[in-house]
Design a protein. Structure first.
Length: 629
């Protein structure tokens, strides 16, 4: 029997559904049973609807459960925050459901809707998933013709006028009257890019996303993001980077890029075009509604976007929904062009992120708060007793306070935040002099650190022989009231390697070596360190702790850092100089056998102002009025 269709939402994107319904009805494939719309219909809508009933109450248009007649399809193409209630009404009436994307505003709502949808076909309106170009690209990826897929990038540079954000009360909002909306660039206009990348990787299940990094920014006075970067890693191990903006200098169609070891492929999903190594081919596509009709006529025809296969996308949406509010881009990087706002250089940054599978922060894009927060690279200068190695310096709070030092007079080999290995098989790979029991610090062999790949280093002796290899990952993320650095180093050895420190050789309290952060020159009286178990250098140095706080009570520039991650003891100095580290070999050497590895992970969240950890609510010393600037 001919399916009957009830459409909720006949304006906005719903108008496209109404036009498609009219065409399919003319072809005899369905029958329009009614339209639910809260606003008066304009002339085109009235012509397309004809004499079919129109009501603001969807329930009045849906048949009672068990009513006679052919299958009923309810199409919900309304604002995001209304999806759940209307979808429940459709399913309660025993009808099948076509739900516009994103399906629900929360992951919990999605799980509930999935439970309610048993024995009903539920299609989500991800139009890009019906592209035959996507099918072809998936075949090329699976067959190995592209070579090993090293990652997937999505770039999107659109521009929206002021009216885009005034067209409806929910536009550009994260919540509306306390209800989640999540109307940001990633989750609404560029949602197709995320869903398509996940589908291409075969990672559509709710548990198929292993890791999500977000950089949510805004150029406008809105709640949601309009310029953002997302990096996720699927459980298959594929990195996916989605970089998008609604403040482009030049609007261009979104592109999904597959980085293959042999070939590079571009999917232009809005026009169903596939470009492989520069050769373009155009394809047809199936709409979600036409595909749903095919599926109802023959269940052997799979849905292109069944609700269950949007779980991975919903995992991303939930991460966006629960992330800290988007950060305002410094107005000095914004350009007003009539009724548009452009971000200076955003088009180039979006392209670089998708092509390099890097975040805005990693690319150190200057208008990105995370990009401006830390500079990563090798020390360009050559100083005596210094082993040049890649590190982070300067590192700043979001308010611009520099929290790292470089080449201080007391220890010229100290520089920013990085890995410091003072003794690897007797070779000094940090700088300075070597500690020898009974002799103190004496001149010794200084090694060399070589970069052998984007995220790989070789730690070598003075002749260039490799002692250790390091896989390094430095990630940045915005957190509530600040930003967090996550540093991960995995050290591996081909032959047995012994890592020492002065502490493992007998110098009490000096087990430094591992992750190390050199603070800037500060008045020692303004620098306070504490852990759950104590406060001050004597109580903190050499002891492991779940977290460590550094609180700087400078009168004009107070700031706080909250550190966590390592299971090794903390190395702490706040008197002689200010430095914090993790101690790999505190009082005994660390021995890495052949083929063995050792991971070091440290997270450091930087905040402007004095922020006492939740565990400590006692009054903290007020900033000293005589602190040096």
């Amino acid at each position: 029997m001919t399916p009957r269709v009830v459409l909720a939402g006949a304006s906005g994107y719903g108008r496209l559904y109404l036009r498609e319904i009219a065409a399919l009805e003319a072809a005899g494939r369905l029958e329009l049973a009614g339209v639910c719309e809260v606003a008066p219909l304009d002339a085109e809508a009235r012509r397309l609807v004809g004499d079919r009933p129109v009501s603001a109450d969807l329930g009045a248009l849906l048949p009672a459960p068990g009513a006679a007649g052919g299958p009923v399809i309810g199409i919900v193409s309304t604002p995001i925050h209304t999806h759940v209630d209307l979808a429940h009404r459709v399913l309660a009436a025993g009808a099948h459901l076509l739900l516009e994307k994103p399906p629900t505003p929360t992951l919990e709502d999605w799980r509930d809707l999935l439970r309610r949808s048993a024995r009903r076909a539920v299609q989500v309106g991800f139009q890009s998933l019906g592209s035959h170009a996507l099918r072809r690209l998936a075949h090329l990826a699976r067959s190995g013709e592209l070579g090993e897929v090293r990652g997937i990038g999505v770039r999107g540079t659109w521009s929206r006028e002021d009216s885009y954000y005034t067209r409806a009360p929910w536009a550009g909002r994260r919540t509306l009257d306390g209800a989640p909306v999540v109307d940001g660039a990633l989750t609404n206009p560029f949602a197709h890019g995320i869903a398509t990348a996940l589908a291409l990787d075969g990672s559509t299940g709710v548990d198929d996303v292993a890791d999500i990094e977000l950089e949510l920014l805004r150029a406008r006075d809105i709640e949601a993001d309009d310029t953002s970067c997302l990096r996720l890693r699927t459980r298959r191990g594929t990195p996916v980077v989605v970089a998008v903006t609604l403040c482009a200098e030049v609007a261009r169609e979104p592109v999904l890029v597959v980085h293959g070891a042999r070939k590079r492929a571009e999917l232009h999903y809005t026009r169903h075009a596939l470009v492989v190594d520069g050769v373009e081919e155009r394809f047809g596509h199936d709409t979600p509604l036409a595909n749903l009709l095919d599926h109802l006529a023959d269940p052997a025809v799979p849905l292109i976007a069944p609700l269950v296969d949007t779980g991975a996308f919903m995992r991303v949406l939930e991460a966006v929904r629960t992330a800290p509010d988007p950060v305002l881009i410094d107005p000095s990087w914004l350009r007003r062009s009539g009724n548009r706002v452009d971000v200076d250089g955003v088009d180039h940054a979006v392209t670089r992120a998708a092509e390099g599978l890097r975040t805005f922060g990693e690319l150190e894009v200057p208008w990105s708060p995370l990009g401006a927060a830390a500079r990563y690279g090798r020390d360009a200068g050559r100083l005596p007793l210094v082993v040049p190695r890649p590190a982070l310096h300067p590192v700043r709070t979001l308010g611009g306070v520099v929290v790292t030092g470089e080449h201080p007079d007391d220890h010229p080999w100290h520089r920013g935040i990085g890995l410091a290995l003072p003794d690897v098989n007797g070779v000094n790979l940090w700088g300075g002099r070597n500690y020898v029991p009974g002799q103190g610090y004496v001149p010794g062999e200084l090694g060399v650190v070589r970069e052998v790949g984007p995220d790989e280093l070789a730690w070598c002796d003075s002749a260039g022989a490799v002692l250790l290899t390091e896989r390094r990952r430095v990630r940045r993320r915005l957190v509530e009231g600040g930003w967090e650095l996550e540093w991960t180093s995995v050290l591996s050895a081909d032959a047995e390697v012994v890592l020492h420190s002065p502490g493992s050789k007998g110098r009490a309290g000096a087990g430094y070596g591992g992750w190390f952060w050199r603070l800037p020159d500060l008045d020692p009286g303004t620098v306070h360190v504490l852990t759950p178990d104590g406060a001050g250098e004597e109580q903190v140095n050499g002891r492991p702790a779940a977290w460590l706080a550094v609180v700087v009570t400078d009168a004009r520039r107070p700031w706080t850092a909250l550190l966590s991650g390592p299971t090794d003891p903390w190395f702490v100095r706040v008197g002689q100089y200010q430095g914090i580290g993790s101690a790999l070999a505190w009082d005994r050497p660390l021995v890495l056998g052949p083929g063995r590895s050792r991971e070091i992970t440290v997270r450091a969240a930087f905040h402007d102002g004095v922020r006492v950890p939740e565990e400590l609510r006692a009054p903290w010393p007020a900033p000293r009025p005589d602190s040096p600037v």
